[in-house]
Design a protein around this ligand. Structure first.
Ligand code: TEU
Length: 570
């Protein structure tokens, strides 16, 4: 058994600075606001906090467009505020990680301003510049790749008459990792600056996109569009492992932990190469198997609820089995700032079911192996905002670009626009970005002023203040589950996962095994009662109920959205 590391048996709480807590009444969350709620965060039972980008930024993509790695976005605070946050987090025995966004910078970053100033600027090669292609005398980008937020991922620069690459917004030019001086500057500015100030590691944004390969045209998967999906080309390129090994040398100096974001990588052998201990690259990654479930070729091209429980189980099994019989590590998460709310998505946000749904997902996650990540508000069972909210309430560039694209393509056909809005209500990133529901006060207790995004009206019935004093709340249930997870960490954090009812459409049943210990987990994913059936695999064993999402569970059936864990005696 490999030595256990602190980050394996840790639960991480993700904070979105703009929406967590506003301390100075400007409608935007800030670092002093985070500091003021550290006791709350600790009371949940988590060990680590992850702060989404708080760097100086023009905020085209909510801080994932960094203008200066060594400064803080002023409405959030200052570098000094961050130093206090680091110190105060450590003082409580918790750790803190930051978001490392180094696939691209903002187009306002001084490196890019220099790079675009002339073709012979020393930093020209720090970004990815290419001449135009001419087809029938018409100027075209170097290839047909579509960007993650739609449109070509090349932007024409009038001044120097070349295109630059941007896998996300045009305001997010991709750094050229092929250049060793660029890499060194990234390590110094984005990493060492903060490691020296005591941060314990990084969530590494789009970590598998640094090496772009030969950038040839992508195959045509959407004949109606000039721009084609190229994720399998720009992810996991030929020099990825070389770059990460080099980056790892910096991390090792500080014993820093990493969790990389790893989209478009269905091949588990490839994933394992990033997270295997002997490879010394990343400690773990976020795979997209679970959160991408039911999505169309473009994220939003989907019929809401277009997934079945067997698919969900399969996705979980895939990420759980990543660590079977090897030296890799995995993660457990259902939400983050790029996902809508898990209760709305995977259970039900109907008033009579939402609490049960929140507890069911908490119980399930707490029994899964890997490092656990909880997104702010998830511990309360916060849900998506409703269909009645107008398009003005959506602030994310991903949402507005999609809506515009459908409008253009359909010439504003009301039916198509309705479908597009339904998808956004189901899947938009905006749902995770509304203010945290602290209390039933105005603006959900998040701010004294009108917040930058509308707060949920629903805060009247679902908020941290009420749930803290309610023993049957989703929050109280999370606290209990995180304790149990620690107490039985051999089984829950490190154990082997076995799926027992692959094709059952209503109930999800699995066991966790560690040496001679075994737990049985049974989850009812429907709004109806289900018969409680012990699978044949465990029928001969004596079982003892460890926990149910209900206070008084029935002996022979599962209530709507009820989950239970049994300890099995061998
Ligand atoms: O996300 C990168 C990513 O691959 C996607 O999940 C992306 O969010 C999705 O395609 C949008 O629908 C990361 C960050 O988590 C995200 O917030 C940033 O926008 C993005 O990188 C660019 O930095």
């Amino acid at each position: 058994i490999p030595k256990r590391m602190w980050w394996q048996n840790s639960s991480v709480y993700q904070i979105y600075p703009a929406s967590f807590k506003d301390s100075n009444g400007d409608g935007v969350g800030d670092i002093p606001g985070i500091i003021s709620e550290l006791d709350y965060i600790q009371s949940i039972g988590v060990d680590v906090i992850w702060i989404c980008p708080m760097y100086d930024s023009p905020q085209v993509d909510m801080g994932y467009d960094v203008r200066d790695y060594e400064d803080v976005y002023r409405p959030y605070g200052t570098v000094q505020d961050m130093e206090v946050l680091i110190e105060q987090t450590h003082a409580r025995g918790m750790k803190i990680i930051l978001d490392l966004v180094v696939n691209h910078t903002s187009d306002q970053h001084k490196w890019f301003l220099e790079s675009r100033s002339s073709k012979n600027n020393p930093k020209r090669d720090w970004y990815i510049w290419r001449p135009a292609r001419y087809v029938d005398g018409q100027r075209k980008p170097p290839n047909n790749w579509i960007g993650n937020f739609g449109g070509s991922c090349w932007e024409w620069d009038e001044h120097t008459q070349e295109y630059y690459l941007h896998l996300f917004c045009p305001e997010q030019p991709d750094l050229n990792w092929e250049n060793s001086a660029t890499r060194q500057a990234i390590y110094d500015s984005a990493m060492e600056f903060w490691l020296q100030r005591g941060v314990d590691g990084f969530r590494v944004d789009t970590v598998n996109m640094y090496s772009k390969g030969d950038m040839v045209d992508a195959p045509i998967t959407d004949p109606k569009s000039e721009w084609q999906f190229a994720g399998f080309q720009y992810c996991n390129g030929p020099r990825m492992h070389e770059f990460l090994s080099e980056m790892n040398q910096v991390l090792q100096k500080y014993d820093a932990m990493t969790v990389g974001e790893c989209p478009h990588t269905p091949d588990m052998a490839k994933v394992l190469k990033y997270v295997s201990r002997k490879e010394k690259q990343l400690n773990m990654v976020f795979q997209f198997d679970v959160v991408d479930i039911g999505q169309g070729p473009y994220k939003f091209q989907t019929t809401p609820f277009n997934w079945g429980l067997p698919q969900f189980k399969h996705a979980i099994e895939t990420t759980q089995n990543l660590i079977r019989g090897n030296d890799g590590w995995t993660t457990v998460f259902l939400e983050n700032h790029d996902q809508s709310r898990s209760v709305s998505r995977f259970t039900s946000d109907a008033p009579q079911h939402r609490v049960a749904g929140g507890k069911l997902l908490s119980l399930m996650m707490s029994a899964l192996s890997g490092t656990m990540f909880i997104y702010q508000g998830q511990e309360l069972g916060m849900v998506n905002f409703p269909m009645e909210w107008s398009m003005d309430e959506y602030k994310d560039v991903d949402s507005s670009n999609y809506y515009k694209m459908v409008a253009d393509r359909s010439h504003n056909d009301p039916k198509e626009m309705h479908v597009a809005k339904t998808s956004l209500q189901h899947l938009a990133r905006d749902h995770a970005r509304v203010p945290m529901s602290w209390s039933d006060a105005p603006n959900a207790g998040f701010s004294a002023a009108k917040p930058w995004m509308r707060a949920l009206d629903d805060a009247a019935i679902c908020n941290a203040k009420q749930q803290q004093s309610d023993k049957s709340s989703v929050l109280s249930f999370w606290k209990r589950m995180l304790q149990l997870r620690k107490q039985y960490s051999d089984l829950f954090v490190f154990g082997e996962f076995d799926l027992l009812d692959k094709s059952n459409l209503e109930v999800f049943t699995f066991t966790k095994t560690w040496q001679n210990k075994k737990a049985l987990v049974v989850l009812n994913f429907t709004a109806e009662e289900q018969k409680l059936v012990y699978p044949t695999e465990v029928r001969s064993q004596k079982s003892e109920l460890l926990v149910s999402t209900l206070d008084t569970p029935a002996s022979d059936k599962l209530a709507a959205y009820e989950g239970r864990i049994f300890m099995l005696e061998s």
